[in-house]
Design a protein around this ligand. Structure first.
Ligand code: GLY
Length: 360
């Protein structure tokens, strides 16, 4: 970590020069970052989450007020969304893989102990974040995958359930019936304005996304916890794990600094160690929004395949990053056009608009 911090300091001038030369988005970084820090650095309890996380932040703050640790609070918070059949990005009702099977990914990290737990490609278990928390608490490991994760969950009393709802099955069937060269088996390399799989799903009138809910929380003692949970990329290749179960990619906590998480194209977040980078930028003095924007810029600079870039050379995929600093300052930034995220700052739960790297 020390190396990363030092390099970050050395490279700051180069980064700012490169940003100023390359992108017309610096006013966005400056104005929204400053506004965010001024308005909310007031300590815990506080929870932030993705756009689908209003019930999660509400529950997390309620539980922390009642004495729960932040890690327990975020896992119970996201469970509401995992169990909701109408949210097709996570848990029960999540969109299945290419074979019509729902495979879920999740990770949890606890600030005070710096322990993490995760499960990837787990089937038939509605609340994978709770299984990830069991991995954290009941094993000396961090990540369990596939059938091993399921057997571990069953051994701990979780129920096996069919997670494929009729709505998700019908969407998958339509997808399957309309397969064409724009599936996940990439066989071409040309600039593409918009993710062709997204465009095809829109044409078919079915949902398609990288889904996911992230939730980070800070309690009144200044302790942090985080959780990310998802059904992952819709209609994915069976066995594909995204960033959500990968510590440092889908979420990361360093109790003396802050917490971060991600939603969106998991491959880009794994290849950037996105959440780890955000926390290190905050350790180096960046406010949460600026830390998120720096990582999005890093991802954009390191996306090389034409098929992932539009004709302006910008990523054609989505990624949204969330950060919560130890003093209660929080921020969120998205690759393009801004996104809704949710926060409960101890007074009330609400939606806010994120900063962004590129205009829509
Ligand atoms: N970020 C969720 C996924 O890529 O699976």
């Amino acid at each position: 970590m020390g190396t990363l911090l030092t390099m970050s300091k050395i490279n700051r001038r180069a980064f700012l020069a490169a940003s100023a030369a390359a992108v017309p988005m610096l006013p966005v970084i400056t104005s929204s970052a400053k506004a965010t820090v001024k308005s909310n650095a007031k300590g815990g309890p506080i929870a932030i989450s993705s756009g689908n996380g209003l019930p999660a932040v509400t529950k997390a703050v309620e539980l922390m007020r009642a004495g729960s640790q932040p890690t327990e609070a975020v896992v119970q918070g996201v469970a509401i969304v995992e169990s909701n059949p109408n949210d097709m990005s996570v848990g029960y009702g999540g969109l299945p893989n290419e074979n019509g099977i729902v495979q879920l990914d999740s990770s949890v990290m606890d600030g005070p102990t710096h322990k993490a737990g995760a499960v990837a490609a787990i089937e038939n278990i509605m609340n994978p974040a709770q299984v990830a928390l069991k991995v954290l608490r009941r094993t000396d490991h961090v990540l369990l995958v596939g059938d091993g994760a399921k057997q571990f969950a069953l051994a701990h009393g979780f129920k096996a359930e069919d997670l494929l709802t009729d709505k998700a099955r019908k969407a998958w069937l339509k997808w399957k019936e309309n397969l064409n060269p724009n599936d996940d088996w990439l066989d071409h390399d040309q600039h593409i304005e918009k993710d062709p799989r997204q465009a095809r799903a829109e044409q078919l009138g079915i949902p398609y996304h990288y889904g996911t809910i992230h939730c980070s929380a800070l309690d009144a003692n200044g302790d942090l916890g985080a959780c990310t949970t998802t059904s992952g990329l819709s209609y994915k290749i069976p066995g594909r794990a995204g960033d959500s179960p990968i510590i440092g990619a889908g979420m990361y906590v360093q109790n003396e600094v802050g917490s971060a998480g991600a939603t969106g194209r998991g491959e880009s977040l794994m290849q950037s160690c996105g959440s780890f980078q955000i926390v290190q930028h905050m350790a180096n003095g960046d406010d949460p929004t600026q830390a998120c924007l720096k990582v999005l810029k890093w991802i954009a600079d390191h996306t090389k395949r034409k098929v992932l870039l539009n004709s302006k050379g910008q990523p054609n995929f989505g990624a949204t990053l969330y950060a919560l600093r130890k003093d209660g300052a929080y921020g969120c930034a998205t690759m393009r056009g801004g996104a809704a995220f949710t926060v409960h700052d101890g007074t009330k739960a609400r939606r806010e608009r994120s900063a962004f790297l590129y205009e829509k």
